[in-house]
Design a protein around this ligand. Sequence first.
Ligand code: HEC
Ligand code: HEC
Ligand code: HEC
Ligand code: HEC
Length: 183
Amino acid sequence: MKTLFLSLIAVFFLFSVEEVFSQDKKEFSYIGVDACAPCHKTEKQGKQLEIWKNSKHANAYNTLLTPEADKIAKDLGYTTPAAKTENCLRCHTSGYNVEPAKLGKKFKIEDGVQCETCHGPGSAYKDMKIMKSRELSIENGLIMYEDLEKYCVTCHNSESPTFVERDMKEAWELIKHPVPQQK
Ligand code: HEC
Ligand code: HEC
Ligand code: HEC
Ligand code: HEC
């Protein structure tokens, strides 16, 4: 009797947790690089847009459209082309597993590893008033990283079929995009 009671409580608790998480998902949706661009392309802001566009991340989805990628997928036993294979998409883009109706009009899967892949879906933090405060931005879904190497290796690891071990601190030097210090 006691165990039944405890399991009922556990089930009830699980459902409430589920609910909180699904609410979060509803709140935050991907809006696309073009929606971040107007505020993150000037010299004063640090030209994040241009730095990202010149990085391989911006091309990560297009890479999956190449014959080389399809061959890798086929050799691994997948029957779908690389750009339709979930286990390729998961490291090469965002939003592939989201209902299209829930994606912002400017969102493009072709943008590959994009701002929101790393910083979290931006529908709720994108407004100037919120963006100006790191605390408010984080409350509204912005993700920042204390330990960025630990984050990079969530994709840069041996589960990548073409993995080459590299120093992620050096790799960061190639893609870092700081806001210039203001005087
Ligand atoms: C309306 C303008 C605007 C839009 C749109 C916008 N941002 Fe921002 N963002 C800002 C401003 C202003 C700051 C504060 C910069 C500073 O530190 O001076 C900022 C800061 C940030 C920071 C750094 C936060 C911190 O505390 O260091 C990140 C990361 C960021 N934005 C990502 C994004 C992403 C991703 C998008 C698109 C989903 C986006 N922003 C859209 C204006 C904007
Ligand atoms: C969501 C997965 C993902 C995350 C997270 C990620 N990357 Fe990448 N990265 C990729 C993919 C995929 C490529 C290959 C893109 C291509 O060539 O089409 C890549 C390529 C790169 C390249 C170019 C590699 C080369 O050989 O020239 C650099 C540099 C890089 N990433 C740095 C980083 C750093 C630094 C971090 C952490 C701040 C990071 N990446 C986080 C997926 C990711
Ligand atoms: C765990 C994350 C991850 C998965 C899963 C993944 N990739 Fe990648 N992919 C990367 C990263 C990171 C790079 C950058 C080079 C590296 O370190 O592997 C990359 C690079 C590539 C490249 C460019 C290689 C080059 O010449 O630089 C191709 C092609 C590629 N991936 C195809 C695929 C295909 C096809 C799949 C699915 C079968 C796949 N990837 C699954 C993370 C991943
Ligand atoms: C591969 C992952 C990745 C991508 C893609 C990416 N960022 Fe970042 N971004 C980071 C990391 C990691 C940091 C450093 C976080 C920290 O220092 O706390 C950062 C820092 C920032 C900062 C704060 C810089 C500062 O000086 O405080 C801004 C603003 C920013 N990113 C905006 C963007 C925008 C806009 C895009 C798209 C055009 C983008 N990022 C794409 C990973 C990424």
